[in-house]
Write a protein that binds this ligand. Structure first.
Ligand code: UD1
Ligand code: UDP
Length: 363
C-alpha cells in the first residue's frame, strides 16, 4: 500500500461505458487522499477505439493489470476474468472491490471478490428491466446479491433492491455519468464545431447507436431498425460498435441517408449528441446522455431500466418496429420542461466519501 493510504480499492473495469463512469469516481477518490486505487482492466473491450481512446482522452491512469481476456462466449469470457482476477486480488489484498454497471466484467469482478470475502461496492446498483433472460439483467441481479455496498442512480433502483430483500448500505447518490458529462460538456460543444466540418454536416441529423445482442446479432431485427431510420427525412450518423459494424455494412446501400462511421471517442460522441435533432439508441448510457443534453431519445428496445426518462416524456420505446421508428423520428416531441431525474451532479464525490466511511466502520 502506498505511504499514507488508509484504504485500498481495486476497481475492475473492461467495457467502454465503465471507463467513462470510472473517470469521475477515480477523480473523486484521488481528491480525497489516503486512497490507493488499483485499476484492473479485464480486456473485455480491446480495440483501440473501444478502449485506449478513452484512457488517452479522459486521462485515466494506465491499468495496473490488464487481463486481456478478449471476446468469447459469456461463460468463457466470465470464467477467464474470474480465474485471472483471483490471483491478483489475493496479492493486492484490497479492502473493497469496486464494479460498475452490468457487463460480464461486472459479474466476474463481483463474484471473484465475494468468493474471497472481499466486500463489493456496486455503482449503478438496483437497475432492472424485468427481462430475466437478458445477459445484463442476469449480471445485475447476481452482482447485487453478492455486493455489500450499493450506489443507486435513481429512486426506482433503490426500490428494486428493497423489493429483492436487500436492506443494508443502499445509497441514492445520483448518476456518475452526469459527473463525467459535466466534466466534458463544454469541450464537447467546442468539438462539435470541428466535427461539423470534418463530417460535412450541413443540416439537421439524427444520431444512431446499436450494440445490444438482441439487435446486433439478429439480422432481421437490425434490418427493420435500419429501414425505420432510412425512411426518415434527415441524415442519420451511425457510429457503429464493432459487434454491429459488419452486418450494418451489408445492410446499407451507398445511397442510404445513414452514414456508418467507426466508433468515436467520448468527447466526439458527446459532441455528436449535442448537435443531433434526435438520438436513436439501444444503449443505456446514451439514453441518459440524451436526457442530460435535453435531446429527444428513441429507444430501440421493448423495455428500459431508465424508466424515469420515459415517464418524463423525453424517451420513447420503439423496439425494432420500422413504422414506429420513422414516426417517432419525424414526430416525437418531449414536453417543454425537463425535471432533474438524476439529481444534481456530485454522485462520484458521494461515492468516494461513502466508500471511506464503509471502510472505517468495517475496521
Ligand atoms: C458489452 C456488455 C454490454 C454493454 C456493452 C458496452 C456484456 C454481456 N455486454 O456488450 O452490457 O452495454 O459492452 O459497449 O458484458 N468486439 C470487438 N472489439 C472490442 C470489443 C468487442 O470487435 O474491442 C466485438 C467482438 O466480436 C465481440 C462483440 O463485439 O464478440 C461483443 O463484445 P462483448 O464485449 O461480448 O459485448 P458488447 O456487445 O460489447
Ligand atoms: N460512446 C462513445 N463512442 C461511441 C458510442 C458511445 O464514446 O461511438 C459512449 C457514450 O457517449 C456513452 C457510453 O459510450 O458514454 C455508452 O456506452 P455503450 O453504449 O457502449 O454501453 P451501455 O451504456 O449501453 O452499457
Amino acid at each position: 500500500m502506498s505511504g499514507k493510504a488508509n484504504i485500498r480499492i481495486a476497481t475492475v473495469v473492461g467495457a467502454r461505458p465503465q471507463f467513462i463512469k470510472s473517470f469521475s469516481v477515480s477523480r473523486a477518490l484521488s481528491k480525497l487522499g489516503g486512497v490507493d486505487e488499483v485499476l484492473v482492466h479485464s480486456g473485455q473491450h480491446y480495440d483501440p477505439l473501444m478502449s485506449d481512446v478513452f484512457f488517452r482522452e479522459l486521462g485515466l491512469k494506465q491499468p495496473d493489470f490488464n487481463l486481456c481476456v478478449g471476446s468469447g462466449s459469456h461463460a468463457s469470457q466470465t470464467s477467464s476474468i474470474i480465474s485471472k482476477l483471483e490471483s491478483i486480488l489475493l496479492s493486492v489484498k484490497p479492502d473493497i472491490v469496486l464494479v460498475y454497471g452490468d457487463t460480464n466484467t461486472t459479474l466476474a469482478g463481483s463474484l471473484t471478490a465475494a468468493k474471497l470475502s472481499i466486500p463489493v461496492a456496486h455503482v449503478e446498483a438496483g437497475m432492472r428491466c424485468g427481462v430475466p433472460t437478458m445477459p445484463e439483467e442476469i449480471n445485475r441481479i447476481v452482482t447485487d446479491h453478492v455486493s455489500s455496498v450499493y450506489f443507486c442512480s435513481t429512486k426506482t433502483a433503490v426500490a428494486n433492491l428493497r423489493g429483492e430483500g436487500i436492506r443494508k448500505n443502499i445509497h441514492l447518490v445520483g448518476d456518475v455519468m452526469l459527473d463525467s458529462f459535466e466534466a466534458f460538456q463544454k469541450e464537447a460543444e467546442k468539438r462539435f464545431i470541428v466535427l461539423k466540418g470534418a463530417l460535412s454536416i450541413n443540416s439537421k441529423y439524427n444520431l444512431l447507436t446499436i450494440h445490444r445482442a438482441e439487435n446486433a446479432d439478429d439480422s432481421v431485427r437490425l434490418k427493420k431498425i435500419i429501414s425505420g431510420c432510412a425512411r426518415s427525412e434527415n441524415t442519420v450518423i451511425f457510429p457503429a460498435h464493432p459487434r454491429t459494424m459488419q452486418t450494418a455494412k451489408k445492410l446499407l446501400s451507398s445511397k442510404s441517408n445513414i452514414r456508418l462511421i467507426e466508433p468515436v471517442s467520448y468527447i466526439d460522441m458527446l459532441a455528436l449528441e449535442s448537435g443531433a435533432d434526435k438520438i436513436i439508441t439501444d444503449s443505456g448510457g446514451v439514453q441518459k446522455e440524451a436526457y442530460f443534453w435535453g435531446k429527444p431519445c428513441i429507444t430501440l428496445r421493448e423495455e428500459t431500466e431508465w424508466l424515469e426518462t420515459v415517464a418524463s416524456g423525453w424517451n420513447i420505446l420503439a423496439g425494432c418496429n420500422p413504422k414506429l421508428i420513422t414516426d417517432y423520428i419525424n414526430n416525437f416531441n418531449p414536453p417543454a420542461k425537463k425535471s432533474n431525474i438524476f439529481g444534481k451532479s456530485g454522485a462520484a464525490d458521494s461515492i468516494a466519501e461513502l466508500l471511506l466511511k464503509f471502510r472505517s466502520e468495517a475496521s
